[in-house]
Ligand binder design. Structure first.
Ligand SMILES: Cc1cc2nc3c(=O)[nH]c(=O)nc-3n(C[C@H](O)[C@H](O)[C@H](O)COP(=O)(O)O)c2cc1C
Length: 170
């Protein structure tokens, strides 16, 4: 039996709960995890042949997007039939995050924005970024608010990927 076979609903194996992200039904409720350097357009095209519900692109640094770095502009490529186009952003600054999402809306670059606050690499968390950022609640709130405000007019849903804590006590 393959993983896909095991997802076919039967009496013993009832359908999984549905997942909805704003206007997008994620069916089946299976998400390809964003992976920097891996989940590029070609990899997602291959994965789509096997039928998950949502495929998140490689992590995009909000500043690099706003500054239109050529490599970043290539990384935000989606196939014409890819829907929803799910873009993951990384950022530590509300202003830049807001600008990045406004750019996504104005230039119709994606249908879903996910923000990455899950990076556990000590080099990043030591500076208060990545998975340590939600601990700074005011900054976290400001970044999320900036993204949601910018996405709202276009009806683009915003999600956040984060860890349940930064250590065993927190
Ligand atoms: C090579 C690699 C790159 C990753 N890059 C990202 C990333 O850019 N953004 C992100 O949110 N998570 C990233 N992750 C974490 C994965 O999305 C996922 O959360 C993690 O691998 C745990 O899932 P698993 O238990 O199925 O491996 C990465 C993981 C791997 C292995």
């Amino acid at each position: 039996m393959t993983v896909l076979d095991s997802m076919v609903p039967t009496a013993e194996n009832p359908p999984a709960h549905s997942l909805r992200i704003g206007p997008h039904a994620v069916d089946p409720p299976v998400v390809l995890a964003p992976m920097a350097g891996i989940t590029n357009v070609a990899f997602r095209r291959l994965c789509r042949e096997y039928g998950a519900g949502l495929y998140v692109c490689e992590m995009i640094t909000s500043r690099a997007l706003v500054e239109r770095h050529p490599q970043t502009m290539q990384m935000i490529t989606f196939d014409a039939d890819e829907h929803p186009r799910s873009m993951q952003l990384y950022g530590v600054d509300p202003v830049t995050m807001g600008e990045a999402v406004r750019m996504i809306v104005a230039e119709d670059l994606a249908d879903h924005v996910d923000m990455n606050f899950g990076c556990p690499v000590p080099k990043v968390t030591r500076k208060g970024g990545g998975s340590a950022l939600p601990y700074k609640r005011r900054l976290f709130e400001d970044i999320v608010t900036a993204a949601v405000r910018a996405a709202e007019p276009a009806g683009i849903p915003v999600t956040v990927k984060f860890r349940i804590g930064i250590d065993d006590d927190t």
